[in-house]
Design a protein around this ligand. Structure first.
Ligand SMILES: [Zn+2]
Length: 343
């Protein structure tokens, strides 16, 4: 059963804005993306009046604090959960692959690795098991192997010196080495003086948040840009206000980008009043304060271009976000794994 979607305008990926476009999906995959005139036959044809783009990927969520159905209807077709009880979240990630699941595709890190008594094991918002306290390097290697065996998509480590002890350099090195041996990226929560520098020194692959507790030096940001990417999560520092934390984060992120670093969109959904679905204010901060172009923002918000062989995860908006990013808040239809879930 193939489905063709025809729209007046589509952004298929960077540099690829197509008028009178068509996308054909079958078996959860895209089989054609391009001009309507070149479209192959399809069992069903859907004509929508709007702007089509890849479904949005949110690289930092805590989905159990939110509603997966609302996340999907809001235009987010894939999420990465960066901290939850592993038994629960890894099972939910498996379930999210099935057609019966009403929500985005979920990939998950499982728990946050931390020091005994460290964040978030000591945080009142965190359910038991969200923080995995490591007694030493041996413990760290075993924990990473166990999570890799159970299907974790990344390894999350907490370096939060403002709320308790953090893993030692030896434990941190073991986490990174063990994860890389299992071909898993390491994503770090860094908070407090010197923690971002420790993360870069240890060779982590990603910052789970833009560092916000101190202004990082150009040299450190340049080193970070060579080996790590940053998940934005800017709005959690302000929720629409302007705060010193937001200013510091935006300043760090702009200079990280100037040094050639890669920024991906993430909201930390579950933290405070972040709404389910596409979070327009996060996109606007990337554009207005960090000075990314609208197209750069869309690249940061999506997992790749719409192309034959890729996942059939699509969003149709009421108007063109390349002209006005606020259009990201006007979701008209969502397709996940080739199935229309709204519209
Ligand atoms: Zn988080």
């Amino acid at each position: 059963m193939s489905l063709a979607i025809e729209v007046p305008l589509a952004w298929l990926g960077a540099g690829s804005l197509t008028h009178d476009a068509a996308v054909v999906c079958e078996g959860g995959r895209v089989t054609f993306a391009g001009s309507r005139s070149g479209r192959p036959e399809a069992d069903e044809v859907l004509q929508l009046d709007g702007f089509l783009m890849p479904g949005v990927a949110d690289r930092h969520v805590h989905i159990r604090f939110s509603d997966p159905g609302a996340v999907l209807l809001g235009g987010v077709t894939a999420v990465r959960d960066l901290g939850w009880v592993p038994e629960e979240i890894l099972a939910l990630a498996n379930a999210s692959e099935l057609p019966s699941f009403t929500g985005p595709l979920i990939r998950a890190a499982g728990p946050m690795l931390t020091a005994p008594g460290g964040y978030p094991a000591n945080a009142d918002w965190a359910p038991p098991g969200l923080g995995l306290e490591l007694a030493g390097a041996q413990d760290a290697a075993a924990a990473v192997d166990d999570l890799a065996d159970r299907g974790a998509a990344a390894i999350k480590v907490a370096l939060n010196a403002e709320h308790g002890p953090t893993p030692s350099d030896a434990v941190l090195a073991t986490i990174v080495e063990s994860a890389h041996r299992r071909e898993l990226p390491v994503t770090a929560h860094t908070q407090g003086r010197g923690q971002a520098e420790r993360a870069v020194g240890a060779g982590v692959d990603e910052f789970a948040h833009t560092p916000w507790t101190e202004r990082l030096s150009d040299d450190l940001l340049a080193a970070a840009a060579r080996t790590a990417r940053i998940v934005s999560t800017l709005d959690i520092h302000s929720f629409g206000e302007v705060t010193p934390e937001l200013k510091t984060a935006c300043d760090n992120l702009a200079r990280f980008r100037a040094a050639g670093g890669t920024v991906v969109y993430g909201t930390d959904l579950g933290n405070g009043s972040i709404p389910p679905g596409i979070h327009v204010r996060e996109a606007l901060l990337l554009h207005e304060i960090v000075r990314m172009t609208p197209e750069e923002v869309l690249v940061a918000m999506t997992a790749g271009p719409i192309a034959a062989g890729g996942p059939a995860d699509l969003v149709v908006l009421g108007s063109d976000p390349l002209i006005r990013l606020e259009a990201l808040g006007d979701v008209r239809a969502v397709v996940r794994s080739g199935r229309l879930v709204s519209g």
